[in-house]
Design a protein around this ligand. Structure first.
Ligand SMILES: *[C@@H]1O[C@H](CO)[C@@H](O)[C@H](O)[C@H]1NC(C)=O
Ligand SMILES: *[C@@H]1O[C@H](CO)[C@@H](O)[C@H](O)[C@H]1NC(C)=O
Length: 419
């Protein structure tokens, strides 16, 4: 399946790159703000949820800076008929290149959201600005480069709080706080929010970070390690690459990968496979769910999200976007970007991590944990457990979903009256 995805995503690009290498002219690869992502014939997530016999809703909310964000919701469970009962809110936030559909690929028997609904929760799904479902703005056109001037900082600072406040208001049960589950970038944005707008700590009951990504010096991913020396600094490459919609066949990205990795590793899918970043190793993957992954992904992102991660990989810091010293001076009043003050995070964080995760290395997760005042570590014992396994593994129901839901239910029992 990885191969099929790889061919789907990459064959065309490889051909393009072959041409590009001969031409060796970077100018044609300047910003192309035209949205190029194929979104036709994609079934909307609410329809997929209904197909599984669960009620589904689609909601929109507007962030402080004007992005129109789509949320999906499983408001209750048909099995429980609990629409009038108290249903604690849980918000699920997807990773990079992804969208809310990533949570439901393994279906009603196994995917976390359905089990949450059947345990009485009001289940909400966020979609970060720029992805399949969140491609609109009150004043800026999707085709304008300004639409794409954001990294995961803005997703954490604007999108996530807008989602939380909207879910709380719409739930209507006078809940003051929520449970949060994030995967990969969904963890980064939570850490951004809780360290930058500390009042949101009080809106968290329990927070579950699957494959937490903050510090990145030790990550093992070949693609990132290859490209970060180019794109993780303010230079001509990042200037050409930055602030546009990332499409998997981004020409400059492929050109760099091609030069750095060589054509052979590209053809073998060793160096540039986005599917690999989404799905990780295949050892534990539910293969039946892979066609659903291919139908719904990749789901759109800004190239600045990638640049920001590559900066972290290069610098070893978990900090704001590096615009170069003069613009940093203007933005932050200092020549280097300020750190995210994760030591200020008081919310109850649960870090779920594993040995075979190429994007969230154990050493880096532990470095983060050392700074967090209120966290609990959940190391996955299976040594083959990879980055994508948190949502895609056959064993996710027992290894991840059950213990996560137990922690939430336990919280509800202890604090039920405070809500
Ligand atoms: C694997 O995914 C398929 C497709 O969604 C689903 O029907 C099946 O129940 C899943 N099995 C497990 C163990 O995740
Ligand atoms: C984008 O949002 C505006 C409201 O700000 C709305 O008028 C327009 O129809 C939306 N476009 C799409 C494609 O949904």
């Amino acid at each position: 399946m990885k191969l099929i995805l790889f061919i789907g995503f990459s064959l065309v690009f490889t051909l393009k790159v072959a041409v590009a290498i001969n031409g060796a002219d970077l100018l044609p690869y300047l910003h192309n703000p035209e949205p190029q992502l194929q979104l036709k014939n994609r079934k909307s997530m609410d329809q997929r949820i209904r197909d599984h016999g669960y009620p589904a809703e689609k909601h929109k909310t507007i962030t402080e800076d004007g992005y129109i964000i789509t949320l999906f919701r499983i408001p209750y469970s048909n099995k429980l008929q609990n629409q009038d009962a108290y249903r604690p809110i849980v918000l699920l936030q997807h990773g990079l290149f992804s969208c809310s559909d990533a949570w439901i690929l393994t279906g009603p028997e196994n995917a976390l959201p359905f089990i949450l609904a059947d345990n009485g929760f009001d289940v909400w799904f966020g979609n970060a600005r720029g992805n399949t479902y969140s491609r609109n703005h009150t004043t800026i056109s999707l085709k304008h480069p300004n639409f794409w001037r954001f990294s995961w900082h803005e997703i954490g600072y604007y999108d996530i709080p807008a989602m939380i406040d909207y879910a709380i208001a719409t739930n209507g049960q006078n809940q003051k706080s929520i449970h949060y589950v994030g995967h990969s970038q969904g963890t980064t944005v939570n850490l951004v929010l809780l360290s930058s707008r500390t009042e949101y700590n009080a809106k968290m009951k329990t927070v579950h970070l699957f494959a937490p990504v903050a510090f990145m010096s030790n990550m093992n991913d070949k693609l990132v390690r290859t490209l970060a020396p180019y794109l993780g600094h303010t230079n001509v490459y990042s200037a050409l690459f930055g602030s546009q919609e990332f499409v998997p066949h981004n020409d400059l990205f492929m050109l760099l990968a091609y030069n750095a990795c060589g054509s052979e590793s590209i053809l073998l899918g060793l160096c540039t496979s986005i599917s690999y970043m989404l799905e990780g190793e295949e050892t534990n993957t539910n293969r039946t769910a892979l066609p659903l992954l291919a139908e719904t992904h990749p789901a759109g992102a800004s190239t600045d999200q990638i640049c920001h991660y590559m900066q972290e990989q290069q610098s070893g810091y978990f900090r704001r976007f590096d615009f170069g010293s003069s613009k940093n001076m203007k933005m932050y009043g200092q020549s280097t970007p300020p750190d995210y003050t994760v030591d200020q995070i008081t919310a109850e964080l649960h870090l779920w991590y594993s040995d075979n995760d190429d994007l969230a290395a154990v050493v880096d997760v532990e470095k983060l944990a050392d700074l967090l005042p209120n966290r609990e570590m959940h190391h996955v014992e299976d040594p083959t457990w990879a980055h994508g396994d948190f949502t895609m593994a056959m064993e996710a129901p027992t290894v991840i979903n059950e213990p996560v839901i137990d922690i939430m239910l336990d919280y509800e029992q202890r604090h039920g009256n405070e809500r």
